[in-house]
Every structure is written in structure tokens, then in C-alpha cells.
Design a protein around this ligand. Structure first.
Ligand code: ADP
Length: 218
């Protein structure tokens, strides 16, 4: 069963979240002060309304209190972003997510009780930098400051090798926990499993271990 989301601010970030939430089977109310932004999305979202979200009465009349989650995706106007987030928390919306433009903006959002503060430009910049430095890196999740799960594409030079031959755990301390193949995924692969070009290895370890594995093996 889908949930009810409200997305406030339908710029590039907000509209992308709103459309994807609909694709994932949820009900989405989009709110923007700008009529054009609302018109552009009105066919894609469950509801889209033109309103100034800094007006508490407007948010109340739209029944925002009963939504599962509200996302504040207001762009440059930091003051409005903070005011809207505050009103939403005050109204008792269960989960409030807000986009921060700077560390300071994020700190304020944190202080007023926003449940999740996201920094899309900063985080995407960091991701792209990682991918530029490691061309085989497709994606990664930082589990902690030290540990990462990374998806690495298998280069031609490693095609046909078994995990026993690679032996990353003994040599580098990191482990291959899954292999994506064109016809499916092998979870917890055995040492006899063989990787091929175009497969994707999912590897877990410290950042240093993964870096060493990448630079020596790939
Ligand atoms: P992005 O970087 O995501 O494209 P923008 O600044 O272009 O960010 O988009 C933010 C959106 O938020 C704009 O469409 C703007 O009209 C909307 N917005 C700004 N202030 C308010 C407000 N008080 N109420 C509702 N929407 C607002």
C-alpha cells in the first residue's frame, strides 16, 4: 500500500522526488507558489496546488497533518524553507524531510526537529568525485565513516577469474558479498564462483581495503 506524501517546492529537486514517489505507487500532493511549476506537474501527481506554503492556514486546510511525510524542497529561499519546516513539525507531520543549501541551513533544520536533512548538490558532488577517481565504481553506500559497500564493474582483465583466485579477503581484508550477473544476482558467492566482464561485484570493507583492492586488482 502506498503512502501519502506532500512535496513543497516543485523545482528540479522537488519535481524529481514527487514524480518518482508516484512511480513507486504513492499518493503525492505537490505544492508550489508558482503556477507554472504546478501546471507542469499537474498531470503527473495525484494533486498539485498553487499555494504559499509559509502560510500555516493553507497547510492546515490542505490537511498536511495527516500525511505520512512532507518534503520541503524549496530552493534558494532559506527563510521560507525554515518557516515551512517549522510549521510542518509544529502541526505534527510524522516525518519531515528538507533540502539544505548549506551546512548552516542544515544545522537550523536539524535544530527545529526536521527528521532528515538532505544536501543534494553536496552529496552528488561527492559521489561524482568518487566515480571519477575510480572509473569502475558504479555506486557506494557508506555504512559508517570507515566502512563502505561498493559496486564495482568487472574489467576485462578479471574476466573468467574465480573468487578463490581473487581472494580479496585474505589479500586485502574486504569481501565480495554479491555478484550481479546479466541473468540474476549471486548472494554470498562461493569461492568457486567466477566473475565475467560486465558483471558487477558488490564488495564490503573499509575504505582503505576497497581502495587497495581496486588499485591492485582492477
Ligand atoms: P531546484 O534547485 O530544486 O530547482 P528551485 O529554487 O528552482 O530549486 O525550486 C524551488 C521551488 O520552490 C520553486 O518552484 C519555487 O516556486 C518554490 N517555492 C519557493 N517558495 C515557496 C513557498 N513559500 N511556497 C511554495 N513553493 C515555494
Amino acid at each position: 500500500m502506498g503512502k501519502q506524501y506532500a512535496v513543497i517546492g516543485l523545482g528540479r529537486f522537488g519535481s524529481s522526488i514527487a514524480k518518482e514517489l508516484v512511480n513507486l505507487g504513492n499518493e503525492v500532493l505537490g505544492i508550489d507558489i508558482d503556477e507554472e511549476a504546478v501546471d507542469e506537474l499537474s498531470d503527473d501527481l495525484t494533486h498539485a496546488v498553487v499555494a504559499d506554503a509559509t502560510d500555516e492556514e493553507v497547510l492546515k486546510s490542505l490537511g498536511l497533518r495527516n500525511f505520512d511525510c512532507a518534503i520541503v524542497a524549496i530552493g534558494d529561499d532559506i527563510q521560507s524553507s525554515i518557516m515551512v519546516a517549522l510549521v510542518l513539525k509544529d502541526m505534527g507531520v510524522k516525518t519531515v524531510v528538507a533540502k539544505a543549501l548549506s551546512e548552516l541551513h542544515g544545522k537550523v533544520l536539524d535544530k527545529i526537529g526536521v527528521d532528515r536533512v538532505v544536501y543534494p548538490e553536496r552529496d552528488m558532488g561527492v559521489r561524482v568525485a568518487h566515480q571519477l577517481v575510480s572509473p569502475n565504481l558504479l555506486d557506494y553506500i557508506e555504512i559508517s565513516k570507515e566502512y563502505t559497500i561498493a559496486e564495482l564493474s568487472v574489467p576485462q582483465a578479471l574476466s573468467g577469474k574465480s573468487l578463490k583466485e581473487l581472494d580479496p579477503r585474505a589479500k586485502y581484508g574486504c569481501s565480495i558479498v554479491a555478484i550481479h550477473k546479466q541473468d540474476g544476482v549471486i548472494i554470498a558467492p562461493a569461492s568457486t564462483d567466477v566473475i565475467h566482464e560486465k558483471d558487477v561485484m558488490v564488495i564490503i570493507g573499509t575504505n582503505a581495503q576497497i581502495e587497495e583492492f581496486e588499485s591492485e586488482v582492477i
